[in-house]
Design a protein. Structure first.
Ligand code: ADP
Ligand code: MG
Length: 334
């Protein structure tokens, strides 16, 4: 057995493209019955019931941009980071499919990596992908593997099914709707951002009830993502600050930045919670009962105005001030 060094990854742990694909295939195991052809041919073949709509999304994670550089000098850290990257690469797409009201089903995964990462880092990446796939009932049916001259890049394309229904769009919100969010927001960069838990069960339960008008997952930050719903639906919003669910991480982040925890809840990204609009009756019930064990907060209402404002609470709407959109933009914040 090769000597394990903490200072370098042994060249013997490097693999060629076909060896690597074989290892990925073996690690992913047997696909479900609706996968007619999985990994191993020129393309995958899937069985889709007639009339069923599919929802398709893709997302890319780039080393040094979406996650810190994997240092070859620290093999154990590189492996645990790679596992988290694998989980996240798939989880963010499951979150998108869920926000459309779909059930995540089939993924293809493309990776570009340096030769030094074709051993234990690639294995750890596959473990993270597999864990996420198993947790959410997704089959990885193919992909592409290539060498990168620089950063590690992971791209996941995911298809989900809508069953016998239609997708839930950003454009379905109406004046008078209640604005709700699942979970608690802010401060995800303290670590939660690497382990997103897509709210697929919650989204499917809302869709099954037929009560949701518009939905989006919170990836860029509440102020930006709500803004997308408002733009698409041609409505405005009145939020109540005291109802915004502040994650303990937002409070910890506030202690570091000196800004209010509420600001972190409103503008930090990568919460991967759901924002949806529904009737006030349904919002009141969900705010009491939660959804699949996840808390739901009723944070405001939609208005016929063109803008988004925030008041201290529902009894002081006349004191509302404009809510600036300050979510993450890869080119402006980069
Ligand atoms: P081709 O040359 O036809 O593109 P490849 O040699 O790239 O074929 O891929 C062989 C098989 O392995 C295909 O089924 C492909 O989908 C699958 N595959 C390649 N890379 C990955 C990966 N990173 N994860 C999952 N499947 C992969
Ligand atoms: Mg290929």
């Amino acid at each position: 057995m090769a000597h394990e060094s903490s200072h370098s990854i042994e060249p013997s742990t490097q693999r060629g493209e076909f060896e690597l694909i074989a290892a990925i295939r073996a690690s992913l195991g047997t696909p479900p019955e609706d996968v007619i052809v999985g990994i191993g041919d020129d393309a995958a073949v899937l069985s889709v019931p007639p009339g069923e709509q599919l929802v398709v999304t893709t997302d890319m994670l780039v080393e040094g941009r979406h996650f810190d550089a994997l240092t070859v000098g620290d093999a154990a850290n590189a492996q645990s980071a790679a596992e988290a990257i694998g989980w996240k690469a798939l989880a963010v797409s499951i979150s998108d499919v869920a926000a459309m009201g779909g059930r995540a089903r089939w993924a293809v995964v493309s990776i570009a990596l340096r030769a030094e990462h074709t051993g234990s880092v690639a294995d750890a990446l596959t473990v993270g992908l597999r864990r996420c796939a198993e947790s959410f009932g997704v089959a990885i049916v193919g992909g592409d593997t290539t060498a990168s001259p620089g950063p590690l890049i992971v791209n996941v394309t995911l298809a989900g099914s809508l069953g016998d229904g239609d997708a839930v769009l950003r454009s379905g919100a109406r004046v008078g709707d209640a604005v709700c969010v699942t979970g608690a927001l802010g401060g995800s960069r303290l670590g939660r951002h690497l382990h997103p838990q897509p709210r697929q069960d919650e989204a499917l339960s809302l869709v099954k009830e037929g009560v949701v008008h518009a939905m989006i997952d919170l990836s860029d930050g509440l102020s930006s993502d709500l803004g997308h719903v408002l733009d698409a639906s041609g409505v405005g919003a009145m939020l109540w600050a005291d109802r915004v669910p502040i994650h303990p991480d937002a409070t910890r982040r506030a202690a570091e930045t000196g800004r209010p925890a509420l600001e972190h809840a409103l503008h930090d990204g990568e919460d991967f919670e759901l924002l949806f609009t529904t009737s006030p009756d349904v919002a009141a019930r969900l705010a009491t009962d939660g959804l699949c064990g996840t808390p739901v907060a009723w944070i405001g209402r939609l208005t016929g105005d063109a803008d988004c404002v925030i008041a201290p609470d529902a009894s002081q709407e006349s004191a509302a001030v404009p809510l600036e959109r300050r979510g993450y933009d890869h080119f402006r914040n980069g």
